[in-house]
Design a protein around this ligand. Structure first.
Ligand code: AMP
Length: 431
């Protein structure tokens, strides 16, 4: 049988260097999230469709991988993580003291039209901060992103700050049912503003103007936002949400979070957001590389208590695309050593390899005959190995090693009884 070798459309086989780079981005995310006091959560890839169908929003609902399992249950591949975290919280964490801070890294699936930076299987790294209604939690999300990008070397990004709570509040005042609200927000997210406004008009004749005015509020200067807001006639709840938004802008500027700005003209595809929302963009690409916001009603929607929550997800594939286009290189380059063993795998070979590995080197052991040495050396040079270490009968007998610098072609024989010192020198010289 002839097997089709290409992966399915929108799915990818990732090999080095991309696979290494992606692992690096994952590792660094877990490092920074841990430093901020978040604990990892690992969730199933497959969930019941109902979990997402309640509140994912039409955009994501239409792009889910849904199918029936052998028992006829409607299941789906997760399109995102927040719903799964909410489910796991309700099952396992309700009695835990709040706040609860969780992070995740993993694949999500969306049946969208693939293009550069948009895949059907992609990696998200994100956090959920459960149980704190204050803007301190929202700000912490932005700080974590700031530190993560700094750690991996991604600069020149912008954080667009919005607020969906104002719209939801006004829609409720005008008697717009929640499902219609979700649809209006979906249209706003898709930039189909006229469709959104015509739905608003069905409930409030004057509402359209106010929505348009609110949507045009945009500035990176808190004072300017305040000035634009002061021209509108708003009720106290809307003003309160706007004040929060301005405060978030003030703080993120003060705390050095990218180039932050307020833009009340955007919405987000996921329908569970209730207040603060944000997106991270870079000038290199048209799509966002991350986003998130507050979802204070999701836990109660799933049958739990009122639990305020906020979180974000970063798209690791998109980050990598941007970094690679900017000529990024993996910062943590390890010294790569090929250990050419001219004897069968022995305790001595393992001891030497272990010593090099413990010192932080990458060690590839090749057990070969003398005849093959030239071939292995050529291959090692091609793969970017810096050193070849030879270990044969003679070296084992004499307690020595021969180390060849593959770049400078220099070669020396050293004693294995003070390998620590030899390794120290070697690592210093390779820097
Ligand atoms: P969302 O869950 O829609 O808020 O998306 C969060 C982040 O996930 C986005 O900012 C992207 O970086 C990333 N993302 C979403 N959809 C895709 C996709 N189809 N391919 C690659 N990355 C994606």
């Amino acid at each position: 049988m002839k097997i089709r070798l290409d992966p399915l459309r929108g799915m990818r086989d990732l090999v080095a260097p991309e696979s290494e780079e992606l692992y690096y981005l994952k590792k660094k995310f877990s490092e920074v999230a841990t430093r901020y006091g978040y604990e990892p959560i690992i969730l199933p890839t497959l969930e019941l469709f109902d979990l997402f169908s309640i509140k994912s929003g039409p955009e994501i609902k239409n792009s889910m991988y849904v199918f029936s399992d052998k028992r006829g249950r409607q299941v789906c591949l997760r399109p995102e993580f927040t719903a799964g975290v909410a489910r796991a919280y309700l099952r396992l964490m309700r009695d835990k003291p709040k706040p609860i801070k969780l992070y995740y890294i993993g694949q999500a699936f969306r049946y969208e039209e693939p293009q550069a930076g948009r895949y059907r299987e992609f990696f998200q790294a994100g956090v959920e901060y459960l149980g704190d209604p204050s803007i301190n939690a929202d700000i912490e999300l932005l700080l974590l992103i700031r530190d993560y990008y700094k750690m991996v070397g991604l600069d020149n990004y912008k954080v667009k700050i919005g607020n969906i709570g104002i719209y939801r509040h006004l829609f409720s005042v005008w008697g717009i049912p929640e499902e219609t609200q979700d649809l209006i927000i979906h249209y706003l997210d898709k930039k189909e503003v006229e469709k959104a406004l015509s739905l608003v008009r069905e409930y409030s004749a004057s509402g359209q103007t106010l929505i348009e005015e609110l949507m045009s509020i945009s500035s990176s200067e808190p004072e300017e936002v305040k000035e634009q807001v002061s021209r509108l006639r708003l009720d106290s709840k809307s003003l309160e949400e706007l004040e929060r938004t301005i405060k978030i802008l003030e703080l993120s500027k003060k705390l050095g979070v990218g180039n932050s700005y307020v833009d009340l003209g955007f919405a987000r595809g996921l329908a569970y957001y209730t207040g603060f929302i944000f997106e991270v963009t870079v000038p290199d690409v048209t799509f966002s590389i991350g986003g998130g916001g507050r979802y204070d009603k999701l836990i109660s929607l799933y049958g739990g208590e009122d639990l305020p929550a906020t979180g974000f997800a970063l798209g690791l594939d998109r980050m990598l695309l941007v970094l690679d286009n900017r000529g990024w290189q993996l910062p943590e380059k390890k010294v790569k050593v090929v250990l050419i063993a001219l004897v069968n795998y022995t305790v001595e070979v393992d001891q030497v390899a272990t010593a090099f590995r413990n010192a932080g080197c990458v060690v590839d052991v090749r057990v070969v005959t003398k005849k093959k040495v030239g071939e292995v050396l050529g291959d090692a040079v091609e793969r970017g190995y810096e050193y070849a270490v030879f270990l044969g009968e003679k070296e084992i007998r004499e307690g020595t090693l021969t180390i060849k610098n593959l770049r400078e072609k220099a070669q020396k024989t050293v004693k294995t009884d003070n390998l620590e010192e030899v390794l120290y020198e070697l690592l210093r010289e390779s820097k």
